[in-house]
Each structure stands twice: as structure tokens, then as C-alpha cells.
Design a protein around this ligand. Structure first.
Ligand SMILES: *Cc1c(COP(=O)(O)O)cnc(C)c1O
Length: 392
């Protein structure tokens, strides 16, 4: 007899989560890709007023269809697509974080006897959605520069006939964005087996100039789902609001698996108020992108391998003992993330002061840190403009 009587596949599993440390102990927190800029006083006041208004009717269940919020989210997404093909409210669905959105997608379109697929290294929550919905999980590999070999991807899709393919763009933890041709080609390959392609654009707003959103492909691919979140670019991680755009038949189907009234009146009011402040909240995205590009340049000049990034974080390395480097940074008051393939570390982009603290600490810690260089672990090309020779 074991207690509690857990499902076998959950026994002994630790819950997902980055280590959380107090800012008293580690003042510079660059570990979970949060936006370092909090809402302005005007935005806070507007959210508070909206929540106070919602509180007067908290004895009632909220609008189950969150109609006002879907309308505003559709208008927001429509900025990223041609004006003659806007995103419509019926194409939008939302839940408590895009993690819940993607879990709902697997609840509706995965399940026993079905397969979900992605390409590693990628977001470590995907296999958990699959496990929790009893969906078979298959992970292909990305190339050494973290791009996708389209022929290999198509072959894997043909072999496993997945019901759902989860593909973040930009990818976490590597920062790699997918070209739209690859998204379109994969949509077509997945459609041959009646599957959905989910492009997770949690970091979409941080992509570099000239990198389009997969939203543009919605009119041509019925099996495409694009997920977004207010957690990163919108600086609203604490509110828990994620959403998607897809064919209305897809949003319709998700209704069957969502819990009743899953999006609280407080959440809806908060998100609506934040959307009214979109220009201000997104105003910081431009400076974070510039800070990201400067960080890539600095890390490269310091002799690190650096993955090209379209997100608000940068993957760099490779260290023979990455944990020692991570710990050395913690000891100097800087918390980053020990994640990605062997030897790599991920740092989120913070304020200029936070980045200065990170650069100072890393300069000291990395000086004597042994590098991970051997024949079995190929050197990754650095940013596209400065490829590095193997062994360099
Ligand atoms: C941060 C992140 C999300 C967003 O999660 P929320 O539940 O919306 O906070 C989604 N996908 C990836 C790859 C992420 O890194």
C-alpha cells in the first residue's frame, strides 16, 4: 500500500518550478524571464479601480465567455496582421496563463492513444501537459544552432502522426525564432494526419525587426494555433492571463474541457485594464530588445558561445561545471537559470542596472571557469554574423 495513491507516472516526481530566492538574499533576479519594469502608478490605479468595480458583483459568477476581454485581445492581436484580415473575437480563447491554455489544448486534442510532439531543447512544461492528459510524448531534436531541420521534422511527424505539435517561437530556453516558411510547411505536414500545430509565442513581442508573427498564417492554415501571454512583454506575470488565436472551431472545442467560469471576474477586469495601458506596458519592450542585443554582443566579445535570441533572455556557455558558475553568480547577488543542454546557462534581460550587475559578476566568475569543449559536444555557431570555428 502506498499513500497517497498517486498515478504511477506521478510517483516521486518533483513539481516544476525554478528555484525561488528572496530578493534580500539575491537582489538581481534574472531567472524566470519576467519583465523587470512594473506597471506605472496610473496603470496600478486603473487596475485597482477596475477590480473594485468587479468586486461589487463578486457574489455572481463571471462572464463565462469573457466577451469584452476576447474583443480587446482580438483587437490587440490584429496589430500583427494585415488590416484586411483582422483576428476576430471568435478566434480568441483565454485562460489563467498560456500554460493553462496549452493544457486545455491537450485535454481537448490529446489524450490516450494520441501523441504530442516537440523538438528539444525546448520548454520543459510541454511533456508535463502530455503526462497529465495521458498523451504519448515524443521529442525530436533541434540542430546544434537550435534551428529546425525541416526534412527531419517532417519525417518525425510522418512517423508519429501527432495530434498536437508544440513549437515555441521564439523558443525557450534558446531564444530561437522560426521562419514563417517553416511554420507553414510544418502546418501542412501536421495537417496530413489531422493534427494541430501550436506555435507558442510567449515571447513574440520581443522578436527582432523583420521576424513576422505566425498570426499572419492563420488565414491560410486552419490547423494553426498561436498562443500568447500577458506574463512577459505585458509585465503581468502575477495576473495569470494567457490566450490563443485559432480557427473558431478550435476555440469552440476548448469550451468542452474548460472548467466552468475558469476566468475570474477579477482576472478579466485586471487584464482589460492592463490592455488599456498597452502602449505604456509595451513601451519597455523596445528598450529590453536593445538591452538583449547589447547583451548578446557583450557575451560574444567575452568569448562565450551565445545563441541568437529573439526573446527577452539569452542562452550562453558552455561551462564544464555550469552549476559552479550559477552558484558563483548567486554568491554575488545575481540569480540566473541553470537550464538548457549541458554546459549552458540562461539569463533574462533586466534593467540596465541589473545587466551591469550581471556583467560585473560574470566577468569575475567566468574568468577561471573551465569551458566545455570536446569532440562529442559540438560547438554551437554564435550569432549569425560572427560564426565561431569548432575548437575556438
Ligand atoms: C513563460 C512562458 C510561457 C507563459 O506562461 P504563462 O502561463 O502565460 O505565464 C509560455 N510558454 C513559454 C515557452 C514560456 O517560456
Amino acid at each position: 500500500m502506498t499513500f497517497p495513491p498517486l498515478r504511477d507516472e506521478l510517483a516521486g516526481i518533483a513539481p516544476y518550478g525554478a528555484p525561488q530566492m528572496s530578493t534580500d538574499d539575491v537582489p538581481v533576479q534574472l531567472n524566470v524571464n519576467e519583465n523587470p519594469y512594473g506597471p506605472s502608478a496610473a496603470c496600478v490605479a486603473d487596475i485597482a479601480a477596475a477590480v473594485a468595480e468587479a468586486a461589487t458583483t463578486l457574489n455572481r459568477y463571471p462572464d463565462r465567455e469573457f466577451t469584452a476581454l476576447r474583443t480587446e485581445l482580438a483587437a490587440y492581436l490584429s496589430r500583427d496582421v494585415p488590416a484586411d484580415a483582422p483576428v476576430l473575437p471568435a478566434q480568441v480563447w483565454a485562460a489563467n496563463g498560456s500554460n493553462e491554455v496549452m493544457l486545455q489544448l491537450l485535454q481537448a486534442f490529446g489524450g490516450p492513444g494520441r501523441t504530442a510532439l516537440s523538438f528539444a531543447p525546448t520548454y520543459s512544461m510541454y511533456p508535463e501537459y502530455a503526462r497529465d492528459t495521458s498523451t504519448t510524448w515524443v521529442a525530436g531534436r533541434r540542430e546544434t544552432d537550435f534551428s529546425l531541420d525541416l526534412d527531419a521534422a517532417r519525417a518525425l511527424v510522418a512517423e508519429h502522426r501527432p495530434s498536437v505539435v508544440l513549437l515555441p517561437s521564439p523558443n525557450n530556453p534558446t531564444g530561437t525564432a522560426l521562419p514563417p516558411e517553416a511554420v507553414g510547411a510544418l502546418c501542412a505536414a501536421v495537417a496530413e494526419h489531422d493534427g494541430l500545430l501550436v506555435v507558442d509565442e510567449a515571447y513574440g513581442e520581443f522578436r527582432r525587426a523583420g521576424v513576422p508573427s505566425a498570426l499572419e498564417l492563420l488565414p491560410t492554415h486552419r490547423n494553426l494555433v498561436v498562443t500568447r501571454t500577458m506574463s512577459k512583454a505585458f509585465a503581468l506575470a502575477g495576473a495569470r492571463l494567457g490566450y490563443l488565436a485559432a480557427d473558431p472551431a478550435i476555440t469552440d472545442a476548448i469550451r468542452v474541457v474548460r472548467l466552468p467560469y475558469h476566468l475570474s471576474a477579477v482576472t478579466q477586469a485586471t487584464a482589460l485594464a492592463a490592455l488599456r495601458h498597452a502602449p505604456e506596458l509595451l513601451g519597455n519592450v523596445a528598450s529590453l530588445r536593445a538591452e538583449r542585443d547589447a547583451l548578446v554582443t557583450w557575451l560574444t566579445e567575452e568569448g562565450h558561445e551565445v545563441a541568437a535570441s529573439d526573446a527577452n533572455f539569452v542562452l550562453f556557455g558552455r561551462f564544464a561545471d555550469r552549476h559552479a558558475v550559477w552558484q558563483g553568480l548567486v554568491d554575488r547577488g545575481v540569480l540566473i537559470r541553470e537550464t538548457g543542454p549541458e554546459g549552458w546557462l540562461r539569463v533574462s534581460v533586466g534593467t540596465p542596472d541589473e545587466m551591469a550587475a550581471f556583467r560585473d559578476a560574470l566577468s569575475v566568475v567566468a574568468k577561471d571557469a573551465p569551458r566545455l569543449v570536446d569532440a562529442s559536444t559540438p560547438i554551437l555557431p554564435t550569432t549569425p554574423t560572427t560564426p565561431k570555428e569548432p575548437g575556438a
